[in-house]
Design a protein around this ligand. Structure first.
Ligand code: S3P
Length: 448
């Protein structure tokens, strides 16, 4: 296992890009696989999670051309993204897998692929690592069973056995706001005998809907829900994956909190279903300019220019939560540096992410001196609090690892973040990017 040594002291300056969007990279592979023709995907994120999707699809007979060798996210490679060609097999061309499909640690792989497999006339087994096997899968199994698929879970968790086939359209209201579950049902809806409607309690990221529409899938978006018509063939698409806002968020926060910093992050996806953290940071007083706005294959992109500044506390809750769910550990860190009491609520979903992010964030930020308390559905944080360097642990959670590294850029003395390989799950090149901006970070390998 390797650890990261981080020190404060230098402002961050410069212009960088972040790797491709994780959610869009998964969807480009999955939708490309069931489309007709060749989809060229550039800027694909070769992070561990997306590579799990790639391996599963190859296990289903999909030919995907990649650079050889594919960059290793564990070596910090691949931050510029890679170009892939997905040879789509059409809606009904997947092959029965020879063995279990290993989703690694990727919830997006397991949940979205379940939707596609529910419509296939063969059996598949989906497995994941120990971390993924602790995450809830009943939320996807229940609606797929209502559609007629036979889905056997293990006490609501992976492994999942899916015996797919003839599906019926359903009208389903999601009990929790989840883009992964919404997407799984929409994908299964492509195989149903009638239209399927999905209703969300609050809007979540809409990358699946945008890509389905761009590929000619019969999707209608109305106030009351999303309605997918079955049987429409998907046309292959050339997809340019924008930079991942969730990765950019670490740099935005670092540049906001490290005094004297001025950083531009170019080509970032700014789909409004993802950028809740931008709105919160601006409302807290951050200096962030959104420049050069454009469109990247149906997804909005922009350059973000960030200057350091002082922040005030605020309340974060309600409908904005799904739009910043992955940024909440990072926003808890931000709150330690903001004047006043920040309350984050309505975010109980954090408890079923890669880790229980309420418990792990509180435990680790406290080691650095933060005044933070856990609530069942969020945090209460008092600031501003000077942080002091300490030994902290990522618990194998990529977003927590990067949050703690950013904290180390602010803390007095050295901070050591243990178990940082997981950063490769979403942001290969994170350490190198921060170093290029002037951050003092050093990776150390430890014997296990
Ligand atoms: C994702 C949806 C979100 C998010 C995850 C990626 C996606 O999960 O937290 O990192 O790509 O659809 P939920 O759908 O479980 O909220």
């Amino acid at each position: 296992m390797s650890s990261l040594s981080v020190r404060s002291g230098t402002p961050l300056r410069g212009r960088v890009r972040v790797p491709g969007d994780k959610s869009i990279s998964h969807r480009a592979l999955l939708l490309g696989a069931i489309a007709e023709g060749e989809s060229r995907v550039s800027g694909f994120l070769p992070a561990a999670d997306c590579l799990a999707t790639l391996r599963c699809l190859r296990g289903l007979g999909v030919k995907i051309e990649t650079p050889s060798p594919i960059p290793s996210p564990y070596a910090g490679e691949g931050s510029q993204g890679v170009t892939l060609i997905v040879h789509g097999r059409g809606l009904h061309g997947l092959h029965p897998p020879q063995g279990p499909l290993d989703c690694g640690g990727s919830g997006t792989t397991m949940r979205l692929l379940s939707g596609i497999l529910a419509g296939q006339p063969f059996r598949s087994v989906l497995t994941g690592n120990a971390q993924l096997s602790r995450r809830p899968m009943a939320r996807v199994a229940i609606p797929l069973r209502q559609m007629g698929a036979r889905v056997t879970d293990t006490d609501g968790h992976a492994p999942l056995l899916i015996e797919g086939g003839h599906l019926r359209g359903i009208d389903y209201t999601l009990p929790v706001a989840s883009a992964q579950v919404k997407s799984a049902i929409l994908l299964a809806g492509l195989y149903a005998d009638g239209p399927t409607t999905v209703r969300e309690p609050v809007p979540t990221r809409d990358h699946t809907e945008r890509m389905l529409q761009a590929m000619g899938g019969g999707l209608r978006i109305a106030d009351c829900g999303l309605r997918i018509e079955p049987g429409e063939r998907l046309q292959a698409l050339d997809i340019v994956v924008p930079g991942d806002f969730s990765s950019a968020a670490f740099l935005i926060v670092a540049a906001t909190l490290v005094p004297g910093s001025e950083v531009t992050i170019a080509g970032v996806g700014v789909n409004p279903t993802r950028t809740g953290a931008l709105e919160v940071l601006k409302a807290m007083g951050a200096h962030i300019e959104v420049k050069n706005e454009g469109d990247c294959g149906g997804e909005p992109v922009a350059d973000l220019r960030v200057r350091a500044g002082e922040l005030s506390a605020m309340e974060i809750g309600g409908a904005i939560i799904p739009r910043l769910i992955d940024e909440l550990p990072l926003l808890a860190l931000v709150a330690t540096q903001a004047r006043g009491m920040t309350v984050i609520r309505d975010a109980a979903e954090l408890r079923v992410k890669e880790t229980d992010r309420i418990a792990t964030t509180v435990a680790e930020l406290r080691k650095l001196g933060a005044q933070i308390e856990a609530r069942p559905d969020g945090f209460v944080v008092r600031g501003p609090t000077p942080l002091r360097g300490a030994e902290v642990d990522s618990h194998g959670d990529h977003r927590l690892a990067m949050t703690l590294a950013v904290a180390g850029l602010l803390a007095e003395e050295e901070t050591r973040v243990h178990d940082v390989e997981c950063i490769a799950d979403s942001f290969p090149g994170f350490v190198e990017t921060l170093r290029r901006l002037g951050g003092k970070l050093k990776t150390q390998n430890r014997a296990c």
